[in-house]
Design a protein around this ligand. Structure first.
Ligand code: SF4
Length: 427
């Protein structure tokens, strides 16, 4: 079998795993193709919360239905978490493998695992839009938030070495990649397992030794051990974007402590204030969780007050998913799914005017823009540093010349349309 297709579900870390899997198949002479022409379809699944698990299983079932004759494979987090159970129950899949060992997959493709050739992370196929890529700087997590199944799936924190990350980074920059998003379950704890302290600022300084115009974006910074020394690095080199993705999850001290977190709404507001003092153009994104066991109306009011005071640029909201094996699983007085969904809607609705208002201040400003795709004669889509891939808005870019997807262009922001910018490319 020569051709395969990977359906990459879940988070950016899983996307990197899909890319590495593709690099391994490439080493074994397999080519990526569309689902229609592929002989093997691989569902790189997500096993984090109920809805994601269902989405992964539905993907296998719908591919099986559409392509009864093809080989269907389940890999990724859901396979890692329930390999044994799924082998018995998900008979629609020809193979379920929940590890980095792809020997069974290569065998299913009619090949044998090469002892000599190893795929290079730096040369791997990239599934992001042109000019952008993710680098996973660590695997696993030691924070053990009580609602989270990831440590059960990915294990404890394992930071990569700064030298290894630098090699991958430099190679991606040489490949013309302009935006490199550094990711992990918690980028703020990078180095805790190896040096018992955050090495994030050291990593950034090392990556900045690389010549060239590029962006470094940090995602998934845990608020309880925010590495303040990165602020100084950002002040001295604008290639590290003043974009902060900090999942606060909640603001009630009581709920945060039940989540296995040590923060509070007050402390988190101080952190936000500090960031904005040091970097006035800082952009802050966060996520909130509603419906956590014993969350009361008073706890939720506290979260709403925090949201009003924080004036975040972007915020996503999730409802609690009771996950077997997590400490919160046996906690009582869990609000109903309906109440959790109502609270989610309240937060989402209140966030819309805040985000729109924060976006207004950029009209008239000149911003470096990463061109991503041409949509119509003279119109392109892109992103500025204000927009992380896939989760924030975009820029619709007007121009009277050909632009190169994957390249930077300077643009003047001419207005806002919903969560998106309108802009004109500058000569
Ligand atoms: S920081 Fe908490 S929520 Fe995030 S992966 Fe680790 S345990 Fe899960």
């Amino acid at each position: 079998m020569k051709t395969y297709y990977v359906e990459s579900l879940g988070c950016a870390k899983n996307q990197v795993d899909s890319e590495l899997l593709m690099a391994s198949l490439q080493v074994h002479g397999k080519n990526a193709g569309s689902p229609d022409c592929a002989e093997i379809i691989i569902v790189q699944s997500c096993g984090f919360i109920e809805s994601a698990k269902q989405e992964s299983i539905n993907a296998v079932l719908s591919f099986r239905k559409k392509f009864p004759e093809k080989k269907i494979v389940l890999s990724g987090c859901l396979a890692r978490r329930y390999e044994k159970e799924l082998r018995e129950s998900l008979t629609e899949a020809d193979l379920i493998f929940g590890s980095d060992d792809i020997s069974a997959l290569v065998k299913l493709c009619g090949g044998t695992l090469s002892e000599t050739e190893t795929p290079s992370a730096a040369a791997r196929p990239l599934l992001s839009l042109p000019g952008s890529a993710y680098i996973k700087i660590a695997e696993g997590c030691d924070n053990r938030c009580s609602f989270c199944a990831i440590p059960l799936i990915r294990g404890g924190l394992k930071s990569r070495s700064i030298a290894e990350i630098k090699t991958e980074f430099t190679a991606l920059v040489r490949r013309g990649i302009k935006e490199i998003n550094l990711i992990a379950q918690d980028t703020a704890s990078f180095g805790f397992d190896t040096e018992k302290k955050s090495l994030l600022a050291d990593l950034l300084k090392t990556l900045l030794e690389t010549e060239g115009a590029f962006w470094i974006r940090l995602l998934y910074l845990h608020p309880d051990h925010f590495p303040s020394d990165i602020l100084d690095v950002m002040k001295h080199d604008r290639r590290v974007l003043p974009y902060f993705d900090i999942p606060f999850q909640h603001a009630s001290k009581r709920i945060l402590s039940l989540m296995g977190r040590v923060g509070s709404g007050e402390r988190y507001l101080e952190l936000i204030e500090r960031i904005r003092e040091e970097l006035p153009d800082a952009v802050i994104r966060s996520t909130f969780l509603t419906g956590f066991p014993s969350e009361s109306a008073a706890d939720f009011d506290e979260l709403c007050r925090f949201q009003r005071n924080a004036r975040l640029d972007w915020a996503g909201v999730f409802t609690y998913s009771r996950e077997d094996g997590t400490p919160a699983y046996d906690m009582e007085k869990t609000p109903s799914k309906r109440k959790a969904a109502l609270r989610k809607t309240v937060l989402e609705t209140s966030q819309v005017p805040v985000t729109k208002n924060n976006l207004e201040k950029w009209t008239g400003r000149h911003l470096e823009t990463l061109v991503e795709e041409k949509i119509d004669g003279g119109l392109y889509l892109g992103r500025t540093y204000i927009h992380a891939p896939e989760v924030d808005g975009v820029v619709s870019l007007e121009t009277d010349r050909e632009l190169t997807p994957g390249g930077f262009v300077n643009a003047v922001i001419t207005g806002r349309a919903g969560f998106d910018f309108r802009a004109k490319a500058l000569p």
